[in-house]
Design a protein around this ligand. Structure first.
Ligand SMILES: O=C(O)/C=C/C(=O)CC(=O)CC(=O)O
Ligand SMILES: [Ca+2]
Ligand SMILES: [Mg+2]
Length: 422
């Protein structure tokens, strides 16, 4: 079968070929209103315009208004058949064979915007945000540093995907600057804590899964059905103030060390676009309880990088390379576990995978691990070095899947740290 091509010129290394078509919410200009689009090459295709031109002709999306909204929530809530209908319609409309838009200048002018000039918004109104702790390598590394080698991995860890409820109000879209947080910290040798701007500010390289269709309270989503409830994935940076976290986390877990900001990438890559990259997750030993058992391939081969750019650099320098496929607990197990007690999910809820660390030191997903809590330095390309993030530093996450002749990518997830409040 020959490779599907668009009449839109898409460079070979673009993250957004016609095989991807990630969904996002954008404004063409500061004065305009948010609406839904898909990315293709260097363009954003305006789905509200496609809808106004009556080009969504399928039974589920004909006359729809969901793409005129400034969030994906309503579209997400329509369910997988509608997501598929949109994808199929768009792949057909954008293909090099289809003259409908290709040969109509007025249509093209209404539909396409340069990806470099639009303003990207958060893709969804995030009602609830949960963050898991699902990478065995990360949990072991952090456990060793926080609790010592003997207590690194708690006994429950291999039986369930450990998680905590995060803070949705401070989830921001890529490009949003964040202030260094202040809070309590305590030196090991001291008895009393002190107030400080965080001295050990970190990133966490994660992915986020957007819940598409939810479940009623009391009605769990099974691990077998979980995939149909996930709309798609984004890159996620769970900024973490390690000094605040270390002092506050006992006994209830992360709080102010993490809820001052979480950055996500603006384009949501659907599970259908990721299907060619489906692969095996790590073998689980011991075998989990029945409600977490799944067959077949349940994760995705997604190459991930985190890069750091200081004020003195002109481009970001990659400091770690990892892959979603290293993660022990899968996205579907996370969703099944989250709802097994009857907890209800709603369209637009966000599930962070947890930091994705790989098996080798150059694949660790946080500076805490890369610098081994500050015992080592992380060298940068211009001769500078870091243990943790300094003011003015920008962290850029990126992710992509390499297909046969095309790339399905996530773009970038970036944020700059500004000085703390005085
Ligand atoms: O207390 C610990 O061992 C560590 C907790 C976290 O760092 C929470 C977290 O964000 C987990 C993750 O991203 O994997
Ligand atoms: Ca995290
Ligand atoms: Mg966070």
């Amino acid at each position: 079968m020959s490779l599907l091509k668009s009449f839109i010129e898409v460079s070979a290394d673009s993250h957004f070929p016609i095989q991807n078509l990630p969904f996002g919410v954008f404004k063409p200009s500061e004065q305009s209103v948010g609406r839904v689009g898909v990315a293709i090459g260097d363009f954003v295709c305006d789905l509200s315009a496609i809808s106004d031109l009556a080009l969504f002709e399928g039974p589920l999306l004909k006359n729809t208004k969901v793409f005129h909204e400034d969030s994906l929530n309503s579209f997400m809530g329509l369910g997988k058949p509608a997501w598929r209908e949109a994808r199929n319609t768009l792949q057909s409309l954008l293909s090099s064979e289809n003259p409908t838009i290709r040969d109509n200048k007025t249509f093209r002018e209404r539909i396409f915007h340069s990806i470099f000039t639009v303003i990207m918004l958060l893709p969804a109104k995030i009602g609830d945000y949960t963050d898991f702790y699902a990478s065995k390598e990360h949990a072991t590394n952090v456990g060793i540093m926080f609790r010592g080698k003997e207590n690194a991995l708690m006994p429950n860890w291999v039986h369930l995907p450990v998680g905590y409820h995060g803070r949705s109000s401070s989830v921001v879209v890529s490009g949003t600057n964040l202030k260094r947080p202040c809070g309590q910290s305590k030196n090991d040798a001291d008895v009393l804590p002190f107030f400080t701007a965080s001295k050990t500010l970190d990133f966490e390289l994660e992915m986020g899964a957007f819940v598409g269709t939810g479940n009623d309270l009391g009605q769990p989503i099974t691990v077998q059905n979980a995939k149909d409830h996930i709309f798609g994935l984004v890159l996620l940076n769970d900024w973490s103030a390690r000094d605040l976290q270390k002092w506050e986390y006992v006994p209830l877990g992360p709080f102010l060390g993490k809820n001052f900001g979480t950055t996500i990438s603006p384009w949501v890559v659907t599970l259908d676009a990721l299907e060619p990259f489906i692969c095996d997750a790590p073998t689980q030993d011991p075998k989990p309880l029945e409600y977490l058992q799944e067959n077949g391939k349940n994760t995705y081969d997604i190459n991930l990088t985190a890069a750091l750019q200081t004020k003195n650099m002109t481009s970001p320098h990659v400091i770690t390379t990892t892959n979603l496929k290293y993660m022990y607990w899968t996205l579907t197990q996370q969703l099944a576990h989250h709802t097994v007690n009857g907890c209800n999910m709603r369209p637009g809820d966000l599930l962070g995978t947890g930091t994705i660390s790989g098996p080798t030191p150059d694949s660790f997903g946080s500076m805490l691990e890369l610098s081994w809590k500050g015992e080592k330095t992380i060298p940068l390309v211009n001769g500078e070095e870091r243990k943790f993030i300094q003011d003015g530093d920008t962290v850029v996450l990126s992710g992509q899947c390499k297909g046969n002749g095309f790339t399905v990518g996530f773009g970038t997830c970036s944020g700059t740290i500004l000085p703390a409040n005085k």
